[in-house]
Design a protein around this ligand. Structure first.
Ligand SMILES: [Zn+2]
Ligand SMILES: [Zn+2]
Length: 408
């Protein structure tokens, strides 16, 4: 479930409502169009219309992402979407529940009256996950986390009671000084959380195009792709796979991260060894003995089990389709999974392909990937009924799976 954030337009000040995953900010009043680049952790607060005195904001960590649990038989994935209190305050609600879906969020800033309490605990996704195997500490789940943020919820102190400042209802009894111990954050600045910049191609100055949630934007004029880095755009190397016929025959191009990386912590020194790990020796080609392992993961969000299936198909692709650097006319599906998360997903992927899994499980947590090369590869798909089909490699993705992925 995506949350709604309200933020004034940096140019005209009109209130603009954003989805949590939006990267393009469009003001309906002044037609300003900007790219939103998150800097660090987003810090939001639940707004109270009439802030009173003695207002405190309790910190809650919010985590949303894929969680994979691995055992000797299989790797299973699920979506985790939860929030937990980030401080010790007996009897306070341990979670905000569904409340942030109902109320609007705003970026926390020093102008907001009240005291923001700094989180005392680091975000521990294992706690957010809530599954029994994580809780028991047997085989902790692997997280491919996409969203980590802090949400502050307002409370007020009346006598020795803490009141929920939004509902104006008593929440819990307050021990003496319980809110005096924790440090408050005096210097929350919106500028540290987000920056805005024009959606113009750094190479030729043309307007960049892309859906509002896309992490990568396209310049049709010079055929280049761009992603945010610090306060500007950096070029993303990419290839477009050609269709057998004309490129225009495709209905949609889906993006994949093509990654070449050295793997440490596991005896996988070459791509051929990766193929043997998956027990597919018939695929191994002589040239792969000297190549770093290469992988290809979806660059968009889908259910974890489909994500692993597509990664497997793309990583062990046998044929080498024709590539072009010219962007095709059909729409490019938005990139919603950043490269660093794609790298993180290689851990559960390796566990999912390994035969036997015993050889990999003990190393899951200490394996590391050092990136040698990464680029986006766009594959053409044609729409048949409710399915998108990639004929050359025999891949199909349900339209519903993509729509569902947009909600993650
Ligand atoms: Zn505006
Ligand atoms: Zn350009």
């Amino acid at each position: 479930m995506s949350w709604k954030i309200e933020h004034p337009c940096p140019q005209c000040g009109a209130p603009v409502e954003l989805e949590e995953t939006d990267r393009i900010f469009t003001c309906e009043f002044c037609r300003n169009r900007l790219y939103i680049s998150p800097r660090e952790t987003f810090q939001f607060f639940l707004a109270k219309e009439q802030p009173g005195p003695e207002l405190y904001f309790l910190p809650y960590w919010r985590f949303k992402g894929m969680a994979f649990s691995c055992d000797e038989l299989q790797v299973t994935g699920k979506i985790v979407d939860s929030n937990i209190l980030a401080m010790t305050l007996p009897h306070a609600p341990p979670s905000l529940g569904l409340r942030p879906q109902v109320l609007k969020l705003r970026y926390a800033s020093p102008e907001v009256p009240g005291r923001f309490i700094k989180p005392e605990h680091l975000l521990a996704p294992a706690t957010a996950c809530g599954c029994s195997s994580c809780a028991a500490g047997h085989m902790p789940a692997l997280f491919v986390g996409e969203i980590k943020s802090l949400i502050y919820s307002p409370v007020s102190v009346r006598g020795d009671w803490l009141f929920d400042a939004i509902l104006d209802r008593p929440m819990c009894q307050l021990n003496d000084g319980a809110l005096e111990g924790p440090k408050t954050d005096e210097d929350l600045r919106v500028e540290d959380q987000i920056s805005f910049f024009a959606t113009l191609c750094p190479q030729c100055g043309f307007d960049l195009e892309g859906e509002k949630n896309s992490l990568v934007l396209l310049c049709r004029h010079c055929g280049s792709l761009w992603q945010a880095r610090n306060s500007g755009f950096e070029n993303v190397p990419c290839d477009f796979i050609a269709t057998r016929g004309r490129g225009d025959e495709a209905d949609m191009y889906l993006p994949f991260w093509s990654i070449s990386a050295d793997v440490s912590g596991l005896p996988i020194g070459s791509h051929a060894e990766l193929v043997r790990l998956a027990n597919l020796p018939q695929l191994a080609q002589a040239a792969w003995e000297n190549e770093a392992p290469h992988f290809a993961t979806p660059a968009f969000k889908v259910h974890p089990s489909l994500f692993l299936r597509l990664t497997r198909m793309m990583t062990f692709l046998r044929n080498n389709p024709v590539r072009s650097s010219e962007p095709p006319k059909p729409p490019l599906y938005p990139v919603s999974l950043p490269l660093n998360e794609a790298l993180e997903s290689l851990r559960p992927f390796l566990a999912s392909i390994a035969h036997p899994k015993k050889s990999v499980l003990p190393h899951l947590l200490d394996m590391a990937f050092s990136l040698k090369d990464a680029r986006l590869v766009y594959l053409p798909f044609t729409l048949r009924g409710e399915e998108l089909i990639q004929q050359e490699i025999g891949m199909s993705v349900q339209k519903a799976a993509l729509s569902w992925g947009k909600l993650i």
